[in-house]
Design a protein around this ligand. Structure first.
Ligand code: HEC
Ligand code: HEC
Ligand code: HEC
Ligand code: HEC
Ligand code: HEC
Length: 279
């Protein structure tokens, strides 16, 4: 069985009292406040692509008929309620999420951090073990990189970019591209609901916890194992300390050469002058 959450509307002649009792305890019947909705019927099986296509058609119709929708499903406004909506049932996850970097900013009203549906999709929420899930092991990198390699967000939040590139260049990333699910993806090292910055002592990528984080899959990994191997891109912005050392060397060498040149020039000047005054 593929776990997936779906909602159906019951025909209007029923009330909560007159609806038949579901035989499956997983089915929950609830009443939602009355409102006007735009609905489009289409048949055939479900896919993200078809859904997008049909949503487009419905929106086109609304535009043509000059109907203004309040709750655009794709709009950022709807995001506000999502954590609460999913958290009603996924209580522990909501709590973890709100403790992480994304959740803390979400509470402050940020629209740039991911909510449940950004990572799990809005319409086909599948178990992470399902090949079509957006958080299936080999797909996680795409989910995170949509924001973490985004130049605007990087500038605004001072985030390091090239996360996907550095990951793809790594052993883990290369193997993942070939469909290997046992290698580390972003979430194996960073966690997924309570993601924390590296300076947070509770973060799995905090220097003090790296041996344990890598150790999940590399038994016996020590602190040295984890050092300097992750997200390595040798450009100015990424490999800062390497870059600083390189600049320092260039300045030092240039300085030394100038001193030597000055010394030689001064010596030359001195010799010429003394020869001049001797003659
Ligand atoms: C009415 C309660 C309820 C709500 C609301 C709800 N879920 Fe669930 N969800 C469940 C139940 C029950 C399961 C099945 C649990 C299981 O199989 O372990 C489930 C399963 C899942 C799974 C698959 C877990 C797995 O390992 O199989 C994901 C992912 C998920 N939900 C995400 C969400 C997201 C995202 C939202 C909000 C958009 C949400 N859920 C809203 C009750 C709910
Ligand atoms: C930054 C992306 C991200 C966000 C935001 C996120 N998730 Fe997840 N979630 C993941 C990933 C990745 C996994 C799969 C981890 C794995 O491979 O086991 C996962 C796994 C799950 C699972 C199944 C495993 C479990 O821990 O039970 C459920 C249920 C779930 N998420 C619900 C939610 C809900 C509810 C929210 C919002 C409060 C949420 N997620 C927000 C990325 C995210
Ligand atoms: C919808 C966009 C979005 C998605 C998707 C997303 N993030 Fe983020 N992430 C952000 C933003 C914005 C911040 C900055 C929050 C802040 O610093 O206040 C952030 C912060 C972080 C940080 C802390 C960075 C730092 O320098 O302090 C880490 C680590 C992180 N995210 C990892 C992940 C991982 C791993 C995933 C995927 C499982 C992911 N993120 C998915 C937007 C996103
Ligand atoms: C093998 C483990 C591992 C994997 C896989 C991994 N990371 Fe990281 N990541 C780390 C470590 C360790 C650090 C901190 C040291 C560093 O920057 O190299 C880090 C740093 C980061 C930071 C900066 C966080 C901070 O607080 O400074 C972000 C953002 C980030 N990673 C995102 C990602 C994304 C997105 C992916 C997937 C495309 C990913 N990581 C895959 C281990 C990993
Ligand atoms: C989710 C599991 C997982 C995690 C977590 C993980 N790795 Fe890996 N890694 C693998 C697998 C599987 C391979 C394939 C080779 C193997 O079996 O050793 C691999 C291979 C590697 C390789 C290349 C092959 C080698 O042995 O030299 C390096 C380097 C490496 N990992 C470093 C790390 C570091 C550093 C960390 C922690 C920051 C880490 N890994 C975390 C699963 C993981």
């Amino acid at each position: 069985m593929i776990p997936m959450v779906m909602a159906f509307m019951m025909p209007s002649q029923y009330t909560l009292e007159t609806l038949p009792e579901p035989t499956d305890p997983g089915v929950l019947i609830r009443q939602v406040p009355e409102r006007m909705m735009a609905v489009l019927k289409f048949s055939g099986s479900w896919s993200e692509e078809r859904f997008q296509e049909q949503t487009g058609k419905l929106q086109e119709w609304l535009r043509k008929h000059d109907v203004k929708a309040m709750g655009d499903p794709q709009s950022r406004v709807a995001r506000k309620a999502i954590i609460r909506t999913c958290g009603r049932c996924h209580v522990g996850i909501e709590k973890n999420y709100l403790e992480g970097v994304h959740g803390k900013d979400y509470l402050k009203g940020s629209k740039d951090v991911p909510v449940c549906t950004d990572c799990h999709s809005e319409h086909a929420i599948l178990a992470p073990t399902d090949l079509s899930s957006r958080v299936y092991a080999t797909k996680v990198a795409q989910v995170c990189s949509r924001c973490h390699d985004d130049e605007r967000l990087a500038r605004q939040y001072g985030l390091l970019t090239s996360r996907l590139k550095s990951y793809s260049d790594s052993y883990h990333g290369t193997a993942s591209k070939f469909g290997e699910t046992r290698v580390a993806n972003c979430a194996s090292c960073h966690g997924f609901h309570d993601i924390r910055t590296s300076v947070d002592p509770k973060s799995p990528i905090n220097a003090g916890n790296l041996a344990k984080t890598c150790g999940q899959c590399h038994p016996g990994a020590g602190t040295n194992f984890a050092k300097g191997k992750i997200h390595v891109v040798s450009t100015a912005t990424e490999n800062k300390s390497g870059h600083v050392i390189k600049i320092a060397y260039i300045v030092l060498i240039a300085g030394l050469i100038s001193v030597f040149v000055l010394f030689i020039l001064a010596d030359l000047f001195h010799r010429i002058r003394s020869r001049w005054s001797n003659t």
